[in-house]
Ligand binder design. Sequence first.
Ligand code: PLP
Length: 415
Amino acid sequence: MNAKPSHPSVDFDVQRVRADFPLLARTVHGKPLVYFDNANTSQKPAQVIEAVDRHYREHNANVARAVHQLGEEATAAYESARDKLAAFMNASSRNDVVLTSGTTQSINLVAYSYALPRLQPGDAIVTTVMEHHANIVPWQLVAARSGGKVKPAPIDERGELILEKYFELLTPEVKLACVAHVSNVLGTVNPVREIARECRRRGIPLLVDGSQAMPHRPVDVQALGCDFYAITGHKMLAPTGTGALWAKREHLQSMPPFFGGGEMIREVRFDGSTFAEPPHKFEAGTPNIAGFSGVGAAIDYVQSIGFEAIRAWEHELLTYAIERLCEIPGLRIFGEAAEKEPVISFLIDGAQATDMATLLDLEGIAVRSGHHCAHPLMQYYGVPATLRASLAFYNTHEEIDAFIAALLKVRKLLM
Ligand code: PLP
């Protein structure tokens, strides 16, 4: 049996990092928690929890409405999250960043405000077989309304997109192309720059679902060359109910508002209302102000550690976890792309994914089981569900060892 390398080759003070995450210290069913469900939602460092707490204790007020001191403080924190997100994604302007509740809302905004008005009967939207439902169903809904269709690009057994096939689908009736930057089930990193280049050559805008990329790698929307980039805050240390859509200015200018209400208007009259400039045009109603204070703190936190260190440590954990998983008889891994983030889907012969996850929970191990909101991907592999262990930079070799020991125990119980 492999043992944990006595000296991890990467110099990373993981215990210091873990001390920032209060929840990681808890036990579950009397066992130390091993949290391997990070692709579902990440845990939050004290800095983020305190930013939210501080908002309600010291600054709570609504944004952009009140001239009083608290209103100004709340607005400053909210708008500062936009600044930090813009810098984090290398957006050329903070006004190109629409704050949303997450990737789902970001993609739906593009579906209803960008795609729907442009789709004619017979038009198409290209997506891929490996997408999360959030990057499939909104396109189906607007296609159904407009007489358009959704064309899925295939993948191969390793879980890599078959690029030639994707490009073949980019025919003249395609009004929008979509792709996940990183698959939430396979960990596959898609070659977004290359896809964006081919889309540009054909004059087709590209939307990238960055929900699973932002927690693991620096994202530069300008260098990627896409048109839309959707992100989720809660998978990158920030509170739930936070996210953003970055889009090229020309698209945001051309898109009608999706939600109507307060804060998104210039003037409201019964003979016709006029709207604010982007991004505010798309931000009707009271947003998740406390949550976005947490987004600012999450970005500061990630930057204080640095993606170089995060990536090196996560890569070491991924390699070690795969090595150890391969020791388990009858274990099959789904997703062996050459470029992969630390998300490992697998099954063990003869054991149901949900039974395994339930028994693993009794050992203190949190993994996800199910279809991971990716039915077409499960259909491709011919399985109803997989187990998924998804790692973050605060995980350790010791946790992987505990996970493997628990898997072996649970496997024995189920055989
Ligand atoms: N896209 C991907 C690839 C995801 O993994 C997820 C969440 O799991 C989503 C979209 C949806 O994100 P949210 O629920 O935060 O809107």
